[in-house]
Design a protein around this ligand. Structure first.
Ligand SMILES: NC(=O)c1ccc[n+]([C@@H]2O[C@H](COP(=O)([O-])OP(=O)(O)OC[C@H]3O[C@@H](n4cnc5c(N)ncnc54)[C@H](OP(=O)(O)O)[C@@H]3O)[C@@H](O)[C@H]2O)c1
Length: 290
């Protein structure tokens, strides 16, 4: 397949590129520098030139506090961006997948959020992503929206990489006790995104690793335990004590009503994914130190 990946420099973008290359796809990767998805003309010209079978949008402005301060930039990247890509995909007959977030929900629910729950974002980031979902769907009936959350994976700066690195160095670490989500391993998400491209079934999917979800604290403790790192340097804090500009949902655990109904296997448990991640982080560390 000819697959165009937008946001290829990010955590998920890199995982998608790696997975699709392993499937022998022809990949056309664009980073923020090479394609700004908020630029309607560039998006249209690029997709017209490449004429891909599928477009996978991994680009977004993911700085949740930054979005709260600069809502115009948040909407340009997270709402206009998916709309531009969806319109250009329609013009060349490509399947379009765009990634959204668990932060479209307000967190007031106790259980898992499914597609039956009404989104009600409590941050600019969440509203801009929800707007992106809706604009993509309006622009292209064939659009596939994938909500996910608590993503971890190798390379770059992400929450669990920091945990693994500080755990290894025995450094002090802060973790939040009152926010829960469903951890999602970037390589597993990448594989599911490609499966969804092949199925070409439009709609909203929730894609996360299996299990009951976890608070950041539980997730951090599990990572330290799997890595064999000391937990005494772990300081537990509440969301409010951090006094950040943007609100985050206290609960954003996701479950999908559709995946199994269309024959997709549940993704492995996040505990299993975490072990994979910690051992590959350790291998990378050994290689760079060796
Ligand atoms: N990470 C999570 O826990 C999480 C949770 C739920 C949903 N998601 C969603 O998952 C998707 C992938 O996120 P990620 O974790 O891979 O984030 P990431 O590592 O921050 O990657 C996002 C990429 O998008 C690029 N980008 C930003 N604005 C852009 C624009 N206008 N045009 C083109 N590229 C742009 C960024 O480049 P620069 O850094 O150079 O600006 C970055 O390389 C996003 O849709 C995000 O909302 C992530």
């Amino acid at each position: 397949m000819r697959i165009l990946v937008a946001g290829a420099g990010g955590l998920v973008g890199r995982a998608v590129e790696e997975h699709c290359l392993a499937q022998h796809d022809q990949i056309f990767s664009y980073t923020h520098e090479t394609l700004d998805i908020s630029d309607t003309a560039s998006v249209s010209t690029t997709i017209e030139q490449v004429r891909p079978d599928a477009v996978i949008n991994c680009a977004a402005w993911t700085d949740v506090d930054g979005c709260e301060i600069d809502s115009a930039r948040a909407h340009a990247a997270n709402a206009n961006g998916p709309e531009n890509l969806a319109k250009a995909s329609r013009q060349c007959g490509a399947v379009f997948v765009t990634i959204s977030t668990d932060y479209v929900f307000d967190g007031a629910k106790e259980g898992f959020y499914t597609q039956r729950d009404d989104p009600n974002p409590i941050s600019v980031y969440g509203s801009s992503k929800l707007e992106g979902e809706r604009r993509a769907q309006r622009a292209l009936a064939r659009a596939i929206v994938v909500r996910t959350g608590f993503i971890f994976g190798c390379g770059g700066r992400n929450f669990l990489s920091t945990v693994a690195e500080r755990g290894r160095r025995g450094e002090r670490l802060k973790t939040i006790s009152d926010a829960s989500g469903t951890p999602t391993y970037a390589p597993h998400l990448a594989a599911r995104l490609r499966e969804l491209v092949e199925l070409d079934l439009p709609g909203v999917f929730h894609v996360v690793n299996s299990g009951d979800g976890a608070s950041y604290e539980q997730f951090t403790r599990a990572a330290l335990e799997v890595g064999g790192y000391d937990q005494t340097n772990l300081e537990t804090v509440t969301m409010r004590s951090l006094n950040r500009p943007a609100l985050r949902p206290a609960n954003s655990r996701l479950k999908c009503l559709l995946s199994e109904a269309i024959g997709l296997e549940p993704l492995p448990s996040w505990h299993h994914a975490l072990s994979d991640f910690i051992s590959s982080e350790k291998k990378t560390q050994t290689v760079t130190q060796g």
